[in-house]
Write a protein that binds this ligand. Sequence first.
Ligand code: GCB
Length: 650
Amino acid sequence: MYVGMQGDRKMGRARKIIFFSLLWSSCLALEGGMLTPKESRSREIKELNGVWKFRADFSKNRNTGFEQRWFTKSLSESGPVIDMPVPASFNDITQDPRLRDFIGWVWYEKEVWVPQRWTAVDSGQRVVLRVGSAHYNSIAWVNGAQVTQHEGGHLPFEADITRLVHSNPSQPCRITIAVNNTLSLHTLPPGSIQYMSDETKYPAGYFVQNTNFDFFNYAGLHRPVLLYTTPKAYIDDITVTTDFADSTGVVNYVVSIKGSSNPSVTVALSDKEGSVVATASGPAGMLKVVDVNLWWPYLMHENPGYLYSLEVHMTAKSGSSQYEDYYTVPVGIRTVRVTSHQFLINSKPFYFHGVNKHEDSDIRGKGLDWPLIVKDFNLLQWLGANSFRTSHYPYAEEILDMCDRLGIVVIDECPGVGIKDIRSFGNESLAHHLIVMEELVRRDKNRPSVVMWSVANEPNAELAPADYYFKSVITRTKSLDPTRPVTFVSNSNFNRDKGAPYVDVICVNSYFSWYHDPGHLEVIQIQLNTQFEDWYKKYQKPIIQSEYGADVVPGLHSDPPMMFTEEYQKIVLQEYHAVFDRKRKEYVVGELIWNFADFMTAQSTTRVVGNKKGIFSRQRQPKTGAFILRDRYWKLANETRRLPLAARYP
Ligand code: GCB
């Protein structure tokens, strides 16, 4: 129960206002596609990244912005504004602790000139506003008119703003976006607001945000905001699935068009050199590719991440106007299949030797950060990692583009982390979870790098309602995408986990000698062996060790090893690896270290300025564990691909 639930009328009001957006329920199936914005012969992009005006609504009820209608005029007319970079989390940008820990509505604003060729009434163009991700609830206005609202922090949303930009082309266009980071029992991830009403201990009206995950709840406009155009009749969505038999590849496609009832569609598939290898016409069809180059994971083949390009061309007539639209989608031809003890990519056993990550960086928080993205891929390749899980939310499309190109295999996780409270298993939560899975599949369905969906991390799967809940989410995800396996990541007892019967691959997290038997390295092998045997005997499904690890404060040493030292992490890894090496010959199909790099968390007695289980520091410098893993991953790669020794380290 929230403290201060009864009595204080003012607090009741504040509570209502912080939550009002959370009552939007996302019950409807999604309308239309969500293609990644791309330039083409028929499409233009204008990025709105840079410095925006920003104002956090520090009022007691966090609602002054709505009461005073800050969206109707320039934000600076409402009161003091500060500079805020986009994309970035707002939390670490200033020296103000109130902003770092802020809960409630923040307001962003940018004025932008829309090119005349877009706004002319006869331009034949649609203009779309797209937000890559805003955490958590958002409302967007253009010139004071609300154009969209969205619930959820890690997936894109957009609005057709053509009418608004046409109406006043001689003025810059004012874009206002309000974002609220409050998490409730029905958001993903869930959280709760706790009111502290004892005024002998807390200031009047004091409240905190509780969560069941440890990463810092960074908030703001995290990914690029942009305007893009399409013709009025346009390619709205493309779905591609692939297969192969012997040396012939198969690409099935479905194109959905909007704005015309009689479009004509042609598609052309080109190889890496740009030569057209297959063509077809019609909104759905099948292309055959002779002498196919399959999409292979990094280190499994000398030519990983091979991508064809599928160019879709639409022409449509509407009255006297003729529209043409072009959109190109990268296509990796590959298959994924799961047996009782193997994970097969292109019918060959695939072993995940990879990492868990976070979108986390100094200063930018969860904001898209190109230098960091490229650095991380360099480190992944240096490490010999062939895969990662998007713990614990969908990552930016820009990151997945690189995975597609480099052959880094992805377990694509939705933000279902920390579903612990029984009230988060009800219909409202379930309805939202289904929508989030739909949004995720809609965004990432064409990506060859994505080989499995993860619907949650460490939920309280032993609760009675977890059965229906996970059955529903997993069944729905499979119906949205019949081509990929589905899992969730468990830390429940193997016998009592009510969601496990529905998954294709068992993913288990365990922290032996850390959270269990801290300091006792000697118990790891026996406990890990038991863990694997228990799960396999019960389910006969392949198993991935989806998390294991230990915190290290970089530079701390001790021998014999003690917790938090480099030596302790090293032994934890080696003890786990000894068991993986026995079990990967049977049914263990992967190991993902927790974590690739240190990351920021909420403050607590168990965290030393963040979670330190990274094998790299937050600044991406290696700890001892990184060298242990590098040695191991390259050896594993050599085993599966028999690389010549010279190719061991790039
Ligand atoms: C876990 C969670 C992960 C945490 C990690 C830890 O089981 O899945 O989000 O960060 O443990 O270090 O406690």
